[in-house]
Design a protein around this ligand. Structure first.
Ligand SMILES: [Zn+2]
Length: 325
């Protein structure tokens, strides 16, 4: 069942029984794309883990990664030692191989959400699934890894975004991320209503948004470069200590400014295919907007991450970041 779950989810097929057993645990399919795994024997040193993928429907590498791990569990090659909630975020968009259908799901994860429509309804369903999973396992420390790939090339193809919240990130997380092949870390400077932010802000979970290379269709992802990441997910799910490397193997960046598209008359003043973490020198013109006017780089260089001029009005068109020394 576990190995076929992804295909079934895509086909809109559901198993006859929503609950069942595999070698080291039981599964419970709560809703389409929401699967909880419970171990027969719990590890001492466990997190309640959430692994989510396909919050953006065209980002397939994380779906393949989760699929490999589920197949290993089903084959008995990996022994489940902790509760895990596995989430495929936007199934209709995944089926259509589109980032989203009506609006970007990954900026809707707020308890104040009032919008209606497919993505807002799914955001509410996923927030409720997270709340009830963490409530069922309230004795355990919480963890949420939300897995993505980026739209464009990057000077650091594998990096994580640490959401802004009151709770702090454990130092061991950086060591695990370094060992999992992450090359850079981006600290958010203000609340941003992403899925990983939801778990950090409302549940004080250890939570990150992962960018695992560049968007590609199923079967065309560079899975070899994600082996260390697969090893991290596997170790967490067994309840064993993941491998560690010094955090200094990664570069750390802080967000300085968010470019927001405030009007239709908005443009970014650099090439559309500019790679993530490209550097712009003081005095560079980065954006023009009908309301906000021109944005120039000030006294120190800035690096551009997630540039996208074609977002909805009111949404983020780029993050401007600088390294932490
Ligand atoms: Zn994404």
């Amino acid at each position: 069942m576990l190995g076929q779950w992804l295909d079934w989810s895509l086909d809109g097929q559901f198993p006859a029984a929503s609950k069942g057993v595999f070698a080291s645990g039981t599964y419970h399919l709560h809703a389409p794309g929401i699967l909880e795994l419970s171990p027969h024997t719990s590890s001492q040193d466990a997190h309640a883990c959430i692994f989510s993928a396909a919050i953006h429907g065209n980002e397939t590498a994380p779906v393949e990664l989760v699929g490999e791990w589920l197949s290993a569990l089903e084959a008995g090659a990996v022994t489940l030692g902790v509760p895990v909630l596995v989430i495929l975020g936007n199934l209709p968009a995944l089926k259509a191989q589109q980032r989203f259908l009506t609006t970007n799901l990954n900026r809707l994860f707020s308890r104040e959400l009032t919008a209606e429509g497919k993505e807002p309804d799914r955001a509410r369903e996923l927030m409720a699934a997270v709340d009830s999973f963490y409530a069922r396992h309230s004795a355990l420390p919480k963890l949420h890894y939300d897995l993505h790939t980026a739209i464009r090339d990057s000077r650091y193809p594998r990096f994580v975004v640490e959401p802004f919240a009151e709770s702090t990130t454990d130092a061991t997380q950086w060591q695990w991320l370094a060992a999992a092949g992450m090359q850079a870390v981006l600290h958010q400077h203000q609340h941003s209503w992403t899925f990983s932010h939801y778990s950090k802000h409302y549940h004080a979970a250890q939570a990150f948004t992962f960018e695992l290379g560049r968007v590609a269709p199923f079967g065309q992802n560079d899975m070899a470069s994600l082996k260390p990441m697969l090893a991290l997910l596997t170790a967490l799910s067994t309840g064993q200590h993941p491998e560690s490397q010094p955090a200094s193997h990664m570069l750390f960046f802080q967000v300085h400014h968010e470019l927001i598209r405030q009007t239709d008359a908005f443009q970014l003043c650099f090439a559309e295919d500019t790679a993530n973490f490209s550097q712009f020198e003081p005095g560079s013109l980065l954006a023009q907007d009908g309301e906000a006017g021109d944005f120039w780089v000030g006294d120190t260089p800035l690096y551009v991450v997630f540039p996208n001029a074609n977002v909805e009005v009111g949404a983020r068109a780029a993050l401007l970041v600088a390294p932490i020394t």
